[in-house]
Design a protein around this ligand. Structure first.
Ligand SMILES: C[S@@+](CC[C@H](N)C(=O)[O-])C[C@H]1O[C@@H](n2cnc3c(N)ncnc32)[C@H](O)[C@@H]1O
Length: 346
């Protein structure tokens, strides 16, 4: 069956996700974004006698079942589609089990390509442990089905906050860098040859011209013997260290059109009314980058463990279509009501 009929913007299916997924057509959704129950954490609202994932006595079985679910999900996903998987960890007998990575490695072994391990830093931890640090993050893995996949990087660029400014006739970057200090460091360097100094001054003039023209927003210059390369001084490891050794300097530019977000996202957990429904909800904010980057406008996002419908709600608000599956009739009702309410606002 088609996940959505023409003209439908969202739909919810009540049932076990593996069984429902088996009914859905091959290659019919653009993105799958989901947070399955974590192993051994809680019982959701399942009155029926259907297996609720997360309650397996043995965590290896949990990994096997999720791998089976995502094998079926992969069939339903388009060839250029993405899977975003949020998972939290678990302690057993004092030992952190590494559950997210156990699942991720099993999916890689099953043919998925892992593109990112995003750390969702939840900003606050609630545990009152005394003999270890508080947990404050979960993983949000980005997998793809094939090496060539849909990814709209322009849709998620972080735009520079300030435009270049002029101060006393000199152009300065958005963070106030005028190049004066770098010029002095080049002039006074005992490490650079005269030719290297001339090249470094020329490169500095060039980047300042790019700032004036608005192409570049900000920059940092590293000069041999003054600062060390950022990642590693080992030339075999770091391209920057190599550049520093060969040329005597390197310049890192921040382009005015923006830069891609990194893989640590500071997003507070959801603490609105929906947590009262005893479902581990994630915030819509967390889904913005996955939806914008990996599902085109009008495309379909599927959440096989949709809970209170967060994925479907965020997708519809961003001009995509959404499909949710859940075992619990209570959560399906909450999801439908949530989407009905958005309908009024749209
Ligand atoms: C972590 S919650 C998802 C919460 C959701 N992301 C939200 O923001 O509301 C996991 C959900 O998986 C559902 N679930 C558990 N086993 C399932 C299965 N076999 N098929 C479908 N849903 C299942 C639970 O009922 C629960 O709502």
């Amino acid at each position: 069956m088609k996940p959505l009929e023409n003209g439908e913007r969202y739909k919810f299916y009540l049932g076990d996700c593996l069984s429902v997924l088996k009914e859905i057509d091959n290659g019919s959704v653009n993105s799958i974004i989901t947070s399955p129950p974590y192993w051994g954490m809680r019982l959701y609202d399942n009155q029926d006698d259907i297996h609720e994932i997360g309650n397996e006595g043995n965590f290896n079985r949990y990994v096997e079942i999720l791998t089976e679910v995502f094998k079926e999900a992969k069939r339903v996903l388009r060839k250029d589609g993405s899977l975003w998987l949020n998972l939290g960890d678990k302690y057993s007998d004092k030992c952190l089990l590494g559950m997210p990575w156990r699942v991720a490695i099993s999916l890689i072994d099953d043919g998925w390509i892992l593109r990112n391990d995003v750390i969702w830093h939840q900003m606050k931890g609630t545990q009152s442990v005394k003999d270890r640090l508080r947990d404050s993050y979960e993983h949000f893995f980005h997998f793809v089905k094939s090496k060539k996949y849909y990814y709209d990087s322009n849709a998620i660029l972080i735009k520079p906050s300030k435009l270049p400014i002029t101060k006393g006739g000199a152009t300065i970057s958005s963070t106030g860098v005028s190049g004066k200090k770098y010029r002095k460091l080049i002039d006074e360097s005992a490490e650079l040859t005269e030719q290297e100094k001339a090249n470094a001054r020329h490169a500095l003039d060039e980047v300042l011209a790019e700032i004036r023209s608005g192409l570049v927003n900000d920059f940092r210059m590293t000069i041999r013997g003054v600062q060390r390369a950022w990642h590693s001084d080992n030339e075999r490891i770091s391209g920057r260290a190599k550049e520093l050794a060969n040329k005597g300097y390197y310049i890192m530019k921040m382009y005015a059109k923006g830069h891609l977000p990194n893989d640590v996202w500071n997003i507070v957990t959801e603490d609105t009314w929906r947590t009262d429904s005893h479902c581990a909800v994630y915030p819509e904010e967390l889904l913005k980058i996955p939806i914008l980057a990996t599902c085109p406008t009008g495309g379909i996002v599927l959440d096989p463990f949709c809970g209170t419908g967060t994925t479907v709600s965020a997708s519809v608000k961003l001009g995509r279509r959404g499909v949710g599956i859940d075992l619990s009739s209570k959560y399906i009702d909450i999801s439908k009501e949530r989407l009905n309410n958005i309908g009024i606002l749209l």
